[in-house]
Design a protein around this ligand. Structure first.
Ligand code: ZN
Length: 262
């Protein structure tokens, strides 16, 4: 469950938020009147920001699905008969329902070496990644992305984003349901929740989930560190989406190999 009660924790959270907002004011005074006005709005919304801590499951799902729709609008989805879609369908056979999750897999006809998951179970794999990776390596990436969904990493980030952004918190504080987020807000939210660097702890947990996923499905675990080696080798070229959002692949490969031995 995502619900938090506004008890002691809520008050502590509110204090922390107010501290953050007040610090913002000090910075804004020397910034610009427009920014000061914005910070004034933030202060006025402090209560609502606190309420965002109790954002409902329904609201969370709505924001995630709006983010998924936006990403699908911005990227070309491989139609069902496209070779990338055919291959991904084969690799994800039996996975649309896995580990208690409803998952939705699609390939993007985009040359970036990238993949991502959204908290509503949306998993997208880019053609650029599929070109470089073997079937088992793609499966490992898929396992890693399922790990992010299962371990609710996106939900934790979204909650933080709602706490940190007054405008979004107003969206989150509606008493029932969730409102449509404007496209500019959505861009910021996607940047914050999806593109921002994940924590080392979240990535490590998802890597471990991927290794367990490979073992559970009877796939070769060594494909995971092998995929990391490939990413590391690609690193110099730049423009690799996965490298922008994830920790050093050489370190990840090393940790995975050590874990596989134990
Ligand atoms: Zn990750």
């Amino acid at each position: 469950m995502i619900k938090d009660s506004i008890g002691k924790t809520g008050h502590a959270r509110l204090s922390a938020l107010v501290t953050t907002v007040v610090t913002g004011v000090a910075l804004a005074v020397s910034a610009s009147p427009a920014v000061a006005q914005r910070i004034g709005d933030l202060l006025g919304s402090a209560k609502k920001v606190a309420q965002a801590a109790s954002v409902t499951d329904e609201q969370m799902v709505s924001y995630f699905s709006q983010m998924s729709d936006e990403m699908d609008r911005q990227n070309r989805i491989a139609p069902p008969t496209n070779p990338y879609a055919v291959r991904l369908t084969k690799l994800t056979a039996g996975l649309p329902s896995y580990d208690g999750l409803d998952l939705d897999f699609k390939a993007y006809l985009v040359s970036d070496v990238n993949a991502f998951a959204i908290g509503d179970g949306t998993v997208r794999v880019y053609a650029g990644l599929m070109d470089k990776f073997t079937d088992d390596e793609v499966r490992c990436v898929i396992g890693h992305e399922i790990g992010h969904v299962k371990l609710q990493h996106g939900q934790k980030r979204l909650r933080r984003a709602l706490q940190q952004d007054a405008a979004l918190s107003v969206a989150g504080s509606a008493s029932s349901g969730a409102r449509r987020i404007t496209s500019s807000e959505l861009g910021g939210l996607i940047q914050n929740v999806l593109s921002a660097q994940h924590s080392q702890a979240a990535e490590t947990a998802s890597d471990d989930y991927a290794l367990n996923f490979m073992a559970a499905k009877g796939y070769a675990q060594q494909a995971c560190p092998a995929a990391m080696d490939k990413l590391a080798a690609l690193g110099g070229g730049g423009g690799i989406g996965l490298l922008k959002t994830h920790p050093d692949p050489a370190q990840r490969a090393k940790r995975m190999r050590a874990r596989m031995k134990s």
